[in-house]
Write a protein that binds this ligand. Structure first.
Ligand code: ZN
Length: 133
């Protein structure tokens, strides 16, 4: 994997959390993007070569809504950039990791993404992502 691309943080409200993170990181939110398939709205901040992604649920069946119910606000996932998401998914599968989607799906920020089940990663939800070229 190439680097930590971003850290995803589940929030109840982007409206209240964006100004907090703009102040904390001293940089403006550069993009808000809805991902309809995931029932979330995302907000991105650039911090050096990494990003922070805030995630707000737009529906009760959203994974973010379920996460907030169970655990409350906080770090939701760590995303690693990969050069070839298909090859990386195959490698992870062969190592025994459980992937939460069979094929890469379209994520926010012009990415193909795949999630790795936290049961094999010490409770941490891992995302791998590849820039769509
Ligand atoms: Zn993410």
């Amino acid at each position: 994997m190439l680097k930590v691309e971003h850290i995803g943080i589940a929030v109840k409200s982007l409206e209240t959390s964006i100004p907090v993170y703009e102040k904390l990181l001293n940089t403006p939110c550069y993009k808000q993007e809805a991902v309809a398939s995931e029932n979330v709205i995302t907000a991105f901040f650039q911090t050096g070569e990494n990003k922070i992604e805030l995630l707000e649920a737009t529906a009760a069946e959203s994974a973010i809504a379920r996460f907030l119910d169970k655990k409350g606000e906080g770090i939701h996932h760590i995303a690693f950039e990969v050069a070839d998401i298909y090859a990386e998914m195959e490698r992870l599968r062969s190592e025994g990791f459980v992937l939460l989607n069979e094929t890469p799906k379209k994520g926010a920020d012009n990415k193909l993404i795949c999630f790795v089940h936290p049961k094999n990663t010490n409770g941490v939800l891992i995302e791998i992502c590849q820039e769509i070229r």
